[in-house]
Design a protein around this ligand. Structure first.
Ligand code: GLP
Length: 241
């Protein structure tokens, strides 16, 4: 596992941008797994700057996002599609046909999950970007999610809903369900880049790096992946020796 600890958010974001850019430039067609949440926001801003400066293009990039809330219309201010549009897709030259998000609309969510799984597994994900929840979840894979899980409908834990309530007017407005890539989907990526900042992530990061591998702390399973890079600030790294 490669672990980088940064004194400033700007340095962390620059490194994240550089790593993603290197993957995009590494071959003619690349597939990225992308994450939402506050952790990758600065990285997306830098990638947008690179595209605007014509040092980077997303024309050859296909994307698959990790997860989406159930119960919010796609154009809702807090849907993950809206997030991705605002932070990346609306500002880069990606072909919209190459953007994939789990669909949380309609009545047959299991069918949506299956369709997303099939589309995902028809690609090799070159790099998966991840954040981590304070309880160690990755994507929306909450504690207890089996290692062989694939795209599935998730009931979010109370802690996750509390953590995400800051983006909504009240806890009641936070959806209870989401559709998420599973652990096996995440592990399939050739490279994994996980970004974590703030003291609230310190325990999860400690477990991720040196805890026992257990489904009770989903991020610990990343210890089994051959190419994981962690980009941390000093607070998130504070429980590592
Ligand atoms: C949500 C997302 C995760 C994300 C996590 C951390 O639960 N489903 O993909 O990693 O939040 O978010 P943040 O980066 O805002 O701390």
């Amino acid at each position: 596992m490669n672990i980088f600890v940064f004194r400033s958010q700007a340095e962390l974001d620059a490194k994240a941008c550089e790593l993603v850019k290197a993957v995009i430039h590494s071959k003619p067609q690349v597939t990225l797994g992308l994450a939402t949440g506050s952790s990758p926001v600065g990285m997306y801003a830098r990638l947008v700057d690179e595209v605007k400066a014509k040092r980077l293009s997303f024309k050859s990039v296909t994307t698959f996002n990790l997860d989406e809330y159930v119960g919010l219309p796609a154009d809702h201010a807090q849907s993950y599609l809206t997030f991705m549009n605002q932070h990346l897709f609306n500002h880069v030259d990606i072909d919209r046909a190459n953007i994939h998000m789990p669909s949380a609309e309609g009545h047959d969510l299991e069918a949506n999950a299956k369709a997303y799984h099939d589309a995902l597994w028809s690609h090799t994900v070159d790099l998966q970007v991840l954040g981590v929840g304070s309880n160690g979840h990755i994507g929306f894979n909450e504690p207890g999610t089996p290692v062989d899980s694939t795209v599935h409908v998730v009931r979010m834990h109370k802690q996750t809903r509390l953590d995400n309530a800051r983006f909504f007017n009240s806890l009641d407005e936070v959806p209870e369900y989401a559709i998420s890539m599973g652990i096996s989907d995440i592990l399939r990526a050739k490279k994994i880049l996980l970004i974590a900042t703030g003291a609230k992530k310190a325990q999860a990061i400690k477990e991720l790096v040196k805890g026992k591998i257990t489904v009770d702390v989903p991020c610990t399973i990343l210890q089994t992946h051959p190419d994981v890079t962690l980009l941390l600030d000093e607070d998130a790294a504070s429980l590592l020796s």
